[in-house]
Design a protein around this ligand. Sequence first.
Ligand SMILES: Nc1nc2c(ncn2[C@@H]2O[C@H](COP(=O)(O)OP(=O)(O)O)[C@@H](O)[C@H]2O)c(=O)[nH]1
Ligand SMILES: [Mg+2]
Length: 257
Amino acid sequence: MTGQPRARLASLAIQLPDATPLDVTILLPCRNEAATVAVCTTLALAWIARRNLTGEVLVVDNASTDTSPANARTAGARVINEPRVGYGNALRTGIGSARGRIVIMADADNTYDLTDLDAFYDPIALDHTHDIVIGDRFNQPPARVAMSSLHRAGNWALSALTRATTGTPVHDLHCGLRSFTRTTMTDLPTWSTGMEFATHMLTHAHHQHLRIAQTPITLHAPANGRRSNLHPLRDGLRHLATIAREALRRRAARTPT
Ligand SMILES: Nc1nc2c(ncn2[C@@H]2O[C@H](COP(=O)(O)OP(=O)(O)O)[C@@H](O)[C@H]2O)c(=O)[nH]1
Ligand SMILES: [Mg+2]
């Protein structure tokens, strides 16, 4: 080997720590979750270690006014900031920055079980049977689902409407625990900036003929006094607008020109 290529290799090696792809990124959008973001980070890192994977926990903070970013960093997360508020903005930025080949996204409120994420990793990374896995919180008696009747009814109705109008075969369309191959979401159009991102990601996946798996999960109650960032009326309307937009897109794609 001549001196020249060796020098080039050496400079590549210096950049390696940031550029090396990892097996998995656990992506946590976070807005004022100081009480729980550290425990979520710790549990997710423990799962990565137990599975012997290379991975990271990536927290995308959106103008939190509490100590969320510092708590997450102390627990071992990589923390980035997205100045534009919104669940969709945060997740899109996180997907763009993720180093993992597989991305598993969850809430930073410790309502999803991060101790065992096998069902969100294996079908995509090991079995190669699916491209995206979505949790199903309704695969158990309603009394065990830690969700208000209003949220449950809204979720059920919007999920049913999405299935009927866009063909997306998902029971629990708003579940925040999901996984996918990172590259399948990098071309997701950017208009879904808020909670409607949850619907958009899945209609997009269906449109792209991605193989979607659903797996039953348990939703735990949030910490005492925590209020959801979900605004039923505003976010319900945004989901409805997304469904209409995606249904029209499906119709246009089917109509011969
Ligand atoms: N970065 C960021 N995260 C958000 C925003 N809104 C909600 N989140 C986070 O997204 C996740 C889902 O929000 P959450 O309030 O739990 O919604 P719910 O599960 O439907 O009640 C949580 O981890 C929030 O901290 C936002 O505007 N920006
Ligand atoms: Mg939540």
